[in-house]
Design a protein around this ligand. Structure first.
Ligand code: GLY
Ligand code: MN
Ligand code: MN
Length: 463
């Protein structure tokens, strides 16, 4: 946990924005893996962590804005529990570490909320993403589970999004520490990848590095010679000469802050001429964004900047043709980059995605596009100092998509399908960095991980 003042100050800011009501924050419980007593690693809810910090299952936080009081409700362990878990500090003791003076049992929580409802007081909560939380809210609020998500408070979502989007110095430090761990993860892949090795071995290596530092991974590792599948969690292949290997992996700190970094490397240690060409286009797109991202610039503009860089590079190689601006405006480049440029990063790898992407990356002025490719952009609105986000352009050769578009004669004036088809089997290239928006521009977080062709080849050089 951070110092208690961090949580006190965050709750104070939330109270100042919301002005009234009772804010209800169910923390997460244990989740059964294959039976109740065998659970997944516990992961506290991120908004609970942000305002209450206590990393323990079975707690609910309450901020009573009207009365200016903050609470944590939860049951202390009984003797049966202690026999299995050992003694634990009481809920009251743990709550103090977040500056919370008022605590109660879960029965007292039920009473607190039901009397508030009887008095017609407003109870605000976030949309649940776990069935257990949905059922807890159904019981506490006395409404059908089918109505729980619809009645979540947009006012609360927007207030929390505003606070969590601008990272405090202590949060930036945590994310940067995890970017440094990602340096170790990615350079280990560069040093070890070679023909004949299994993807599973490298995946284990990457996960093991995070856990050897006492950290977790911020999402299941993506590591594949089939980088054309964007989130490829299948690690069953054996690396061979001529393959490109994508590794998209990050670490999660003890306080649950994430890094999220991607590198693409040639298994043989040297990029082929074809791989160099495509790799350099993606690198140019990634670097153009780093050069141009700054406060006030809509990230949608950065998405289009990266898209134009990609379309222009592919035009030079003869895969695309015609006007680059028109091709990007009409969405033809999405054949090669069918995803958004990036997303917010923080306590969640796609930060606050559970609150609803459109409240996080969009606003009244910036509405989500319906166009294939651009529609998947998770962050479009103007950047502000303190935002932490990813810059992750890519070029992929997805056989099913190429075949479909060709059959449909889609964007024939912008795409040379004969040339494009000759790249089927190439795989994909993605390069992802974590950026902090500063007062004047942006800074790439963490120790620089080899990224240029020369840097990667020299890190992979085995003498
Ligand atoms: N690691 C998932 C992503 O880059 O969005
Ligand atoms: Mn990633
Ligand atoms: Mn990402």
């Amino acid at each position: 946990m951070f110092a208690s003042e961090v949580y006190v100050s965050r709750r104070k800011k939330l109270k100042e924005i919301l002005k009234g009501g009772i804010l209800l924050f169910p923390g997460n419980g244990e989740m059964a893996y294959n039976y109740k007593g065998n659970t997944y690693a516990f992961r506290q809810d991120s908004s609970f962590l942000y305002f209450f910090g206590v990393d323990q299952p079975g707690l609910t936080g309450v901020i009573d804005v009207d009365q200016g009081k903050d609470y944590i409700f939860g049951n202390d362990l009984d003797l049966d529990d202690i026999i299995w878990t050992g003694p634990q500090p009481s809920v009251a003791r743990k709550s103090l570490t977040a500056g919370i003076l008022h605590t109660g049992t879960l029965a007292e929580l039920e009473h607190y909320i039901s009397s508030a409802i009887k008095q017609s007081r407003k109870v605000l909560y976030l949309p649940p993403y776990r069935a257990e939380t949905l059922l807890l809210l159904e019981g506490l609020l006395g409404i059908q589970h089918t109505s729980v998500s619809n009645n979540a408070s947009v006012e609360l979502i927007k207030a929390i999004a505003a606070l969590r989007s601008v990272k405090e110095p202590v949060e930036i430090e945590e994310i940067e520490k995890m970017a440094d761990v990602a340096y170790e993860m990615h350079t280990a892949v560069m040093k070890n990848a070679k023909p004949g090795l299994r993807e599973k071995f490298l995946t284990g290596l990457v996960e093991g590095i995070a856990s050897s530092y006492g950290y977790g991974i911020s999402f299941p590792v993506i590591l594949s010679i089939h980088g054309e599948t964007l989130h490829n969690h299948h690690h069953g292949n054996i690396l061979k000469e001529g393959d490109l290997l994508i590794t998209d992996a990050g670490a999660e700190s003890e306080r649950y802050y994430a890094s999220d970094i991607t590198r693409t490397i040639p298994v043989s240690g040297k990029f082929s001429a074809r791989q160099r060409d495509i790799y350099q286009i993606v690198l140019n797109a990634n670097m153009e964004v780093i050069r141009n991202a700054r406060p006030g610039v809509p990230y949608r503009d950065m998405h289009f900047l990266a898209s134009r860089t990609i379309a222009s590079g592919l035009k030079d190689l003869g895969l695309m043709k015609g006007s680059v601006d028109d091709a990007v405006a009409e969405g033809a480049h999405a054949l090669f980059m069918p995803h958004g440029l990036g997303h917010m990063l923080g306590l969640d790898v796609h930060d606050m995605e559970n609150l609803g992407e459109d409240y996080i990356g969009y606003n009244e002025e910036f509405k989500r596009s319906g166009q294939f490719g651009t529609a998947y952009l998770r962050l479009a609105k103007p950047l502000e100092p303190g935002y932490v986000l990813t810059d992750e352009p890519g070029i992929y050769f997805i056989p099913e998509l190429i075949n479909l578009w060709k059959k449909e004669k889609k964007f024939e004036s912008f795409i040379d399908y004969v040339k494009t088809e000759s790249y089927i089997g190439f795989g994909g290239v993605r390069i992802e960095d974590d950026l902090l928006i500063t007062s004047v521009g942006c800074r790439v977080l963490g120790k620089p991980i080899p990224k240029t062709i020369d840097e990667i080849e020299s890190m992979m050089h085995r003498g």
